[in-house]
Design a protein around this ligand. Structure first.
Ligand code: TRP
Length: 378
């Protein structure tokens, strides 16, 4: 077992690898984060008037220092948000999870969002990707961010190689305080890793401090992100005060499940992953082939019922596509009682996902008109 890298006999979770049966409670202990407990939920609800379904369902379930962010907010010191994406391909719906949540936070707290697209990261870590490809996926992914409806006046998107003049001096300050041994211990690198990858965490750290630099005052920053990204920010937090910045706070989500019923949704397995650019017919065939908790025959399922707990279709609803808890509970109940069979259940979700994607694609088209105003370029 390795305490720092989130690796044990049952699963591996690093920013670049997710496999096995990820034990999210174990990660809280291993990474040393805090659970989002009832007290914090009450506090969020008091300030926002409601709880987002991802909080109610413990999809966002862990944090670092979010209470401090709310303390500052209550004092009138508004925070900024930072999140990002490594542009290794088209965006899939699992990526949208933390962004949809970030949009809710922006609406509720009226805060600015800084979004990093790490074309450099994907170039360094993916041997087969060239720089033109990662940069063009960054622009494609930016359209997906904008399509979610963030406030264009309060949303800033940076593609690393296009904003490097601002990022680099900050990254240098971080890099000067990080040793190879720190980075090695957290990510499990060996001597064969390229030297760009060793430096990379300092680039992912830089946007934590960009709001402070741009505004010329200490801006508290919270990062909504998959818990797989926590190792980077643990390092960032370790050095922050040494270089004169506040530590970034974090809100961690569990990773979206894949359609084959195992592991996380992954862009490298297109058949079990729905991309925002997929056609309705792709969505139909992927969801039709998904792993479910159904029985072998309709007759058996009517008699014995299905098992929604292990069903990828029901998981998709739970994580992303059905905000209404009662609808989720009702489908689970009818599934267990053998009243709804997999075919009907899948059609309901296919319709829902395709309706969502139809709107999202229109949003992507409109985003093309405004993207220039949102990109930070130096
Ligand atoms: N490393 C992330 C990825 O591969 C991209 C990223 C950069 C990010 N900055 C971030 C993710 C901040 C979450 C929060 O997807």
């Amino acid at each position: 077992m390795d305490e720092k890298t989130g690796t044990n006999e049952g699963y591996v979770l690093t920013p670049w690898v997710a496999s096995g049966n990820i034990d999210y409670d174990d990660l809280i202990v291993r990474f040393g984060t805090s659970r989002i407990d009832q007290g914090l939920l009450n506090r969020i609800e008091d300030l926002t008037g409601e709880l987002h379904f991802m909080l109610r369902r413990e999809i966002f379930y862990s944090h670092r220092d979010f209470n401090w962010i709310l303390d500052e907010y209550e004092k009138g010191n508004h925070f900024a948000m930072y999140t990002g994406r490594g542009p290794s391909g088209h965006t899939h719906v699992g990526h949208l999870m933390p962004w949809i949540f970030a949009k809710w936070l922006q609406d509720k707290f009226d805060v600015e969002l800084y979004f990093q697209l790490t074309d450099d990261e994907k170039y360094l870590f993916n041997f087969d990707m060239d720089q033109e490809t990662t940069h063009s996926y960054a622009l494609e992914n930016a359209l997906d961010v904008i399509a979610l409806g963030f406030d264009p006046k309060k949303t800033h998107i940076m593609i690393d190689t296009d904003y490097i003049k601002t990022l680099y001096p900050i990254a240098l300050r971080v890099a000067k305080r990080l040793n190879f041994s720190n980075v090695k211990a957290v990510f499990g690198f060996d001597n064969s890793v390229n030297i760009g990858s060793i430096f990379y965490t300092s680039i992912q750290s830089a946007p934590c401090f960009v709001p402070t630099e741009l505004k010329g005052r200490d801006v508290p920053v919270v990062i909504p992100c998959g818990i797989d990204q926590d190792p980077h920010f643990r390092l960032t937090r370790d050095v922050a005060s040494k270089i004169g910045y506040c530590k970034p706070a974090l809100l961690h989500n569990k990773l979206a499940p894949s359609l084959d019923g195992t592991g996380k949704m992954s862009a490298s397995i297109p058949k079990t992953t729905i991309f925002t650019t997929d056609e309705p017919s792709d969505v139909k065939s992927k969801l039709s082939d998904a792993f479910t908790g159904g029985c072998i025959s309709a007759k058996e399922q009517r008699e014995k019922g299905g098992n929604p707990d292990i069903c990828a279709i029901q998981n998709y609803r739970y994580y992303l596509f059905e905000e209404d808890d009662e609808v989720v509970a009702d489908i689970s109940m009818r599934c267990r009682q053998g009243e709804i069979l997999c075919g009907e259940c899948k059609s309901l979700l296919i319709h829902k996902v395709n309706t969502f994607l139809e709107r999202h694609k229109k949003g992507r088209e409109k985003a093309k008109d405004i993207i220039d105003g949102l990109l930070l370029i130096d």
